[in-house]
Design a binder for this molecule. Structure first.
Ligand SMILES: Nc1ncnc2c1ncn2[C@@H]1O[C@H](COP(=O)(O)OP(=O)(O)OP(=O)(O)O)[C@@H](O)[C@H]1O
Ligand SMILES: [Mg+2]
Length: 445
């Protein structure tokens, strides 16, 4: 039995819980940062690229229609003058202006202001050239205007178209990069989830192992304490029984014999006195007192340890006790005996007798019932003793802590049997002691 007091597992458990909580909080923070990064990447960067590309496609479309218009203007088989194209150019110019403005906004995230400026400058120069060309056409210089288109406008349109195409390609690359970043974040988060789950699992396993270990230790300690307590109780019961038996025997044999001798001496002396001697009444009175003392000594001796148990056996002692208990306790006892009796060992019988005594005392003291049933059953391999009353029944929380029931349990344990305290459906209390014949019977010895 370990002497030192076990350390409480509370600190270890608290530490385990704290580590788990910190890990959960830290991980939640980490995941939030990762997710908000993902959201930014997806909804901001990728979205901006998409919007920018849409505007660039619109610009590309406009440039294409300008290119077609210029080709038609150069074809020279149209019946209209060159200035007739100016309204189509103005429509495209307005649309391009709007597309460029929107493109400038959405490309601000991934393009430098110089890059944005370059595109709008190029367009401004292109429109200057267009204006000059239409001015020539309006002045009737169609040939010069056509030269302008061929030499300047078509080249500018081609260079603008290729700049826009380049930007579209750049956008694609940017979008791919963003997608790669997103998938890298996903990978990182996935790795961290595994790491986190492993760490949490390890913390939980360690805490559980610690809990199991300290529980095992506590239970072992409890078990050792309980058997120690039981050993002590059983030794106390054995010592008490042997002391009571000794005192009872001394009272019965020593004092009983002395008092019996005094009694017979007194009656002999009385006989030797003359009939009218004044000492006679005194001697008779002393003899009667001696007889009463002898009776009291015998009763006390029986009460301390029923000598009858060793002399006349368990059953007659039980019957004698029940009739005495009826008078002393004021409880009517109904006694039933069933089965084929077998002889009980004296050392075992005293424990069964004490259980009966305590159970009947409890009926008288706690149940409030005026009647009790005592049943003795010889069941072949077992002996069963039941004491039942129809009184108040066992309360869940007894007002004071007695040791009667504890001692009954210990005595049952000494006899290798078991005892149950039940509350029958009809009310009251039922004490049932069941002990094996091979321990309590003399034939098993
Ligand atoms: N037959 C019964 N009817 C009602 N209550 C009972 C009965 N037997 C026991 N009890 C309850 O169980 C409690 C414990 O009984 P136990 O015999 O252990 O102690 P006690 O009788 O109070 O004291 P002690 O026996 O040590 O003198 C009692 O206080 C009582 O409340
Ligand atoms: Mg009691």
């Amino acid at each position: 039995m370990p002497r030192e007091i076990q350390r409480s597992p509370t600190f270890g458990l608290f530490l385990g819980l704290l580590i788990t909580l910190i890990a959960v909080i830290a991980y939640t923070g980490y995941i939030s940062v990762q997710i908000s990064g993902l959201r930014k990447l997806q909804s901001h960067t990728a979205e901006q690229y998409r919007k920018d590309s849409l505007q660039l496609l619109r610009i590309q479309d406009d440039l294409n229609s300008l290119g077609l218009a210029m080709r038609d203007m150069l074809d020279n088989d149209e019946p209209y003058p060159l200035s007739a194209w100016s309204s189509q150019f103005e429509r495209v110019r307005a649309d391009l202006g709007d597309a460029l403005r929107l493109e400038g906004q959405s490309s601000a995230v991934h393009r430098t202001p110089e890059q944005i400026q370059f595109l709008s400058n190029s367009f401004a120069q292109f429109w200057d050239a267009v204006d000059r060309t239409f001015a020539l056409a309006r002045d009737g210089n169609d040939k010069e205007a056509r030269d302008q288109i061929r030499v300047s406008l078509q080249a500018r349109q081609a260079s603008l178209a290729s700049a826009v195409a380049r930007q579209l390609v750049e956008n694609n690359v940017g979008e791919e990069q963003a997608a790669r970043q997103v998938s890298q974040i996903y990978d990182r988060v996935q790795r961290q989830v595994f790491l986190f789950l492993s760490a949490i699992l390890i913390a939980i396993i360690l805490t559980s192992l610690y809990l199991m270990r300290s529980n095992r230790r506590l239970f072992a300690q409890l078990d050792a304490l309980s058997s120690q307590r039981s050993d002590l109780a059983q030794k106390l019961i054995a010592t008490q029984e042997s002391t009571l038996r000794y005192v009872s025997r001394e009272l019965h044999d020593e004092f009983g014999q002395i008092l019996t001798a005094i009694g017979s001496l007194l009656s002999r002396s009385e006989k030797h006195l003359p009939e009218n001697s004044p000492l006679r009444p005194d001697l008779r009175e002393v003899r009667e007192i001696t007889q009463r003392t002898l009776d009291n000594v015998r009763t006390l001796s029986q009460a301390l340890h029923p000598v009858m148990l060793d002399e006349t056996g368990f059953e007659s002692t039980l019957e004698w006790y029940l009739s005495a208990a009826e008078k002393q306790l004021g409880v009517v006892v109904k006694y039933e005996k069933t089965g084929t009796p077998f002889t009980l060992d004296g050392g075992a019988a005293i424990h069964i007798y004490r259980v009966l005594q305590e159970a009947l005392n409890n009926v008288a003291r706690h149940s409030g019932a005026k009647e009790a049933c005592v049943r003795l059953r010889y069941l072949g391999d077992f002996l069963e003793l039941e004491v039942e009353d129809r009184g108040a029944g066992l309360s869940a929380q007894p007002s004071k802590r007695g040791i009667g029931m504890v001692a009954m349990r210990e005595r049952a344990e000494i006899l290798g049997g078991r005892i149950e305290f039940a509350q029958p459906a009809s009310g009251g209390t039922l004490v049932c002691l069941r002990v094996p014949r091979d321990i309590v019977g003399t034939d098993g010895k």
